[in-house]
Design a protein around this ligand. Sequence first.
Ligand SMILES: C[S@@+](CC[C@H](N)C(=O)[O-])C[C@H]1O[C@@H](n2cnc3c(N)ncnc32)[C@H](O)[C@@H]1O
Length: 252
Amino acid sequence: MGKMMGQSVVLFDGKKRYLVLVEDKEVKRKGIGRWNPKVLEDKRFGDTIKIGSKEFLILKPSLKDMILGIERKAQIITPKDACHIVFYCSIKSGSTVVEAGSGSGALTIALAHFTFPEGRVISYDIRRDFLEVAKENVRMSGYKNVEFKEGDVREKIDEKGVDAVIFDFSDPWNAVQNAYHALKDFGYICCYCPTIEQIEKCVSSLSGFTDVITIEVLEREMVIREGSSRPGNIGIGHTAYMCFARKMPQIT
Ligand SMILES: C[S@@+](CC[C@H](N)C(=O)[O-])C[C@H]1O[C@@H](n2cnc3c(N)ncnc32)[C@H](O)[C@@H]1O
């Protein structure tokens, strides 16, 4: 069996990047066509391969490639916001993080990356179809420190003493008290919401929390050409606002 078997790789055609899991399984992929990734098993990173009429450079996927290359069933949290979530929630190797909902699993992959190898991610979703997509995407990423759970976090969160809870669904304020009980003292909560009205409700619901801050992250790619470098025309528009807070210990 070739050394690439079981690994994720990026196929780059000079413009587009395709995230692919090397396994013996015929797949149909927009931009590539019908093919079997097994043909990559004896290749190395930096090699090229011709599939159909196209030539691709084989690259080792970055975290950004893994997040942006997955199949999207739900709107994902992109690297622009994911890196602020990781930073503001102080997530590191060894952290235990609860998130909801799993959606497409994009944030899950980022959380698995930063908590690896000693930490873990528990990812809840109320919908089984989303869980299946997220599971497959995380499998592609190669991270094994993720547990998926089908459930409504507004009803319950099983875990206790976790380092951070991240909510990305429409009414997180209805689950804030469950997050409070799941968190360890001074643990972090993040609510990710597209509208400011949702954020207002989240902030109002943060009873028992302190150090509340709400941010929006703006990112602009630059086009660099000698003598005429400037911001590009295509940028990421509004994604969401994020409010963060820390759990105050319960006074007994
Ligand atoms: C926008 S998607 C999350 C995207 C995800 N953060 C990503 O980066 O791929 C929202 C998900 O939350 C799930 N969801 C909605 N309400 C929920 C709840 N109360 N508990 C758990 N999951 C919930 C939905 O089924 C959906 O899959």
